[in-house]
Design a protein around this ligand. Structure first.
Ligand SMILES: C[S@@+](CC[C@H](N)C(=O)[O-])C[C@H]1O[C@@H](n2cnc3c(N)ncnc32)[C@H](O)[C@@H]1O
Length: 245
């Protein structure tokens, strides 16, 4: 565990994503290949308008929180808790979040295990929960389980913000992945052939997007009484969805 003045990093082990894919992901972010600039601009405006009073936010799969820090700038955030599998990413996240003046905690671990523990402990509740490009690694049943638990961590009028790949009604996982990879091959021109091959392997093996309809029906099942799509990219692959308690 590393303690800083107004932040804390709780950690225990190392991580495959950071070791193997981190450099490529930084290239993807810097080139805006996944649309982070537009998405997090929408998120920033939403946080400014939805939270007029101090709010507590939990982020799952926060990585180095670089875009989250930009989205939280000048908002009324009171506390931030970030969870990620990678201690190394959390260390960078701690410095990326330096400009955000609120209490901060970074916890290394698997959010599928840590979220049910937070619910069980009954010590934490949040006004907002953010999951950006991390839920799609779970299978449908696991997504349902995590979203059900997250519902119990939100206060009334709290919001679950999901940024993720979403496939169309008339396609399945395979056709979505083929379509996405065609766009990657065409547009992610700064990737070397070796890097493209790593991206292709990762997406083919680890990405399990759902349709917007499936995500909405999971949300409704777990007592989110309103859902809203605040962003959809021009290729119809990525969305920012809000589920309101
Ligand atoms: C594609 S990156 C997304 C990072 C950042 N949220 C963003 O939108 O750019 C996925 C991140 O989620 C983390 N992650 C994936 N599955 C996780 C899990 N089950 N528990 C905690 N972190 C997870 C990875 O370590 C990685 O940092």
């Amino acid at each position: 565990m590393v303690n800083a003045k107004d932040s804390e990093i709780i950690s225990s082990r190392s991580n495959e994503f950071f070791d193997n894919q981190w450099k490529i992901y930084q290239k993807v972010l810097n080139s805006n290949y996944m649309g982070h600039r537009e998405i997090y601009d929408v998120l920033h405006k939403f946080l400014l308008s939805y939270f007029q009073k101090p709010f507590k936010i939990l982020e799952l799969g926060c990585g180095d929180a670089s875009f989250t820090a930009q989205a939280l700038l000048n908002t009324s955030v009171e506390s931030y808790k970030g969870i990620d599998l990678s201690q190394a990413a959390l260390e960078i996240g701690n410095s990326n979040m330096a400009a955000i003046k609120c209490s901060k905690t970074f916890i290394e671990g698997d959010f599928s295990e840590l979220v049910p523990q937070l619910v069980k402990n009954q010590q934490d509740s949040f006004d907002a929960i953010l999951i950006s490009f991390a839920l799609h690694h779970l299978l449908l049943k696991q997504k349902d389980y995590v979203i059900g638990n997250l519902s119990n961590l939100l206060i009334n009028n709290g919001v679950l913000i999901l940024i993720d790949f979403v496939h169309k009604q008339d396609e399945n996982r395979e056709t979505f992945i083929r379509r996405y990879l065609e766009a990657v091959q065409k547009n992610w021109s700064l990737l070397t052939p070796e890097e493209y091959s790593m991206v292709e392997n990762h997406i083919s093996q680890s990405d399990f997007p759902e349709t917007q309809e499936t995500l909405y029906s999971i949300a409704q099942k777990h007592n989110f009484n309103r859902v809203e799509c605040l962003y959809c990219d021009s290729l119809d692959t990525t969305q920012l969805l809000c589920f309101y308690r």
